[in-house]
Design a protein around this ligand. Structure first.
Ligand code: ACO
Length: 403
């Protein structure tokens, strides 16, 4: 065995192996509850990668097949990367490097043009070509001070839904989401929500909104356990999932949540940085905006395909040189314009690594800011302005899904 590589990277195939991979992730994360879950129920078959030392799984990297909504509304085939972990006994030996490199090639082979993840730490994933493409922030609303302004639309009707019948109804609404940055939620994701809620002692409530008889939004919320909910003067309700397909649904759901009796504080886990809620209340200081944090870490797995899928603003073309140290097929120079995306031999106006391009791809990061940070090689200063116009979007990207 001298010289043999003791670590093998491969797809975990059996139920036992996938379970072992899932437990490696939970152990690596330390603080996540060690749930007694059948991992095959909450993962996509054939996508869970393991690092094996003999028969023992010591590292994990998984993904779901999904889609990503890109500027212009197209949905690009997407790998939602998750369950990445290496046992504390096996760290800093290059295991996750091998897993994530293997995974990127696997995702490319499946024809998925992009991958994204939520990062436990901000220093892990850039080396693998991921960049921060969307941000989010928590928001708290003081319900004793916040009232909706009279101009806010009335909204439609809201009904409380029994938890037992929710997943199908919510998935049907969610599947119509078009916002840039939204991702498809696979069956395993929905199943994990059900299992997590069922395992806890905290009640979860679901309200569905309809406009003219058509369901167009929903919210999932739960009380934050207080020592004594009955007498607490700081009763907080947290909204974990807020989906509105229309302005009517957004307003109707606000109306419901802001008028809950008993509740002192309404907390949203994560809202887009440009969410209009602060604009809709009479007392602006009743809405406390938390710190922005990275949300989508995006990887362009097939740069050319990803660039072709998104819509562009109106500006003269930019010639962009892209460097990708892992997926060689992405290296090259591309002409980008409202009517063209093509490889070219022309001299580049700007040069970036693939992670920096991912940060700009959904319109959530400005080229002039990236250039100011030294992350763009600028051959033609005017191209920075043109790139900002080409990549601009009306709304900031936001996913609103943790996986
Ligand atoms: C999408 C998700 O699932 S997010 C959850 C990610 N998982 C976790 O955070 C669980 C806890 N952490 C872990 O399991 C591991 O530390 C991992 C998975 C983050 C890294 O695994 P390792 O096998 O130790 O990484 P590996 O040895 O391949 O390191 C590659 C490089 O990244 C660096 N690196 C890896 N993790 C970290 C970290 N947490 N902080 C700083 N640097 C890191 C290494 O120093 C190394 O740098 P180098 O190439 O310059 O030497």
């Amino acid at each position: 065995m001298t010289g043999a590589d003791p670590i093998e990277i491969r797809t975990l195939t059996t139920r036992d192996e996938v379970g072992a991979g899932f437990r490696v992730f939970l152990r690596a994360m330390i603080g996540l509850p060690l749930r007694d879950v059948d991992a095959t129920e909450v993962t996509d078959p054939g996508r869970f990668l393991g690092a094996l030392e003999g028969a023992q799984v010591v590292g994990s990297a998984d993904s779901y097949r999904s889609w990503l909504a890109v500027p212009g509304g197209a949905r690009v085939p997407h790998a939602a990367v998750t369950h990445v972990g290496v046992l504390p006994t096996h760290r800093r030996r290059g295991i996750v490097t091998r897993l994530l490199t293997h995974q990127l090639r696997d995702v490319a082979g499946r024809g998925e043009a992009v991958a994204s993840l939520r990062a436990s730490e901000a220093v892990i994933y850039e080396r693998f070509g991921y960049g921060v493409a969307s941000s989010a922030r928590p928001v708290r609303v003081d319900l004793h001070r916040a009232g909706l302004r009279p101009e806010v639309p009335a909204g439609g009707t809201v009904r409380l839904v029994d938890r037992a019948v929710t997943t199908g109804a919510l998935a049907e609404i969610y599947d119509r989401v078009r916002r840039t940055g939204a991702i498809g939620r696979p069956a395993g994701w929905w199943r994990l929500q059900e299992i997590t809620r069922a395992a806890g002692s905290v009640p979860h409530y679901v309200v569905v909104h309809s406009t003219d008889g058509v369901d167009d939004g929903y919210a999932v919320y739960h009380p934050v356990p207080a020592d004594d909910w009955f007498t607490s003067r700081d009763k907080t309700v947290t909204v974990t999932d807020f989906v509105s397909l229309t302005d009517s649904a957004q307003a109707g759901l606000w109306r419901h949540l802001l008028s809950l009796d008993l509740v002192d504080v309404l907390a949203f886990d994560a809202l887009a940085l440009d969410d209009p809620l602060p604009l809709a209340v009479t007392d602006r200081r009743a809405v406390h905006l938390g710190s922005a944090r990275d949300e989508t870490w995006l990887r362009l797995v097939d740069v050319e395909a990803a660039l072709r899928e998104r819509a562009w603003g109106d500006a003269d073309p930019v010639v962009l040189e892209v460097r990708d140290p892992i997926l060689d097929g992405n290296n090259g120079t591309f002409e980008l314009g409202p009517k063209t995306v093509r490889r070219t031999d022309a001299a580049a106006d700007l040069g970036v690594d693939v992670a920096t391009l991912a940060a700009a791809y959904l319109g959530g990061t400005r080229w002039r800011h990236l250039a100011a940070a030294g992350r763009v090689t600028v051959h033609d200063p005017d191209a920075v302005r043109r790139a900002d116009e080409l990549f601009a979007t009306t709304a900031l990207p936001f996913a609103g899904t943790v996986f």
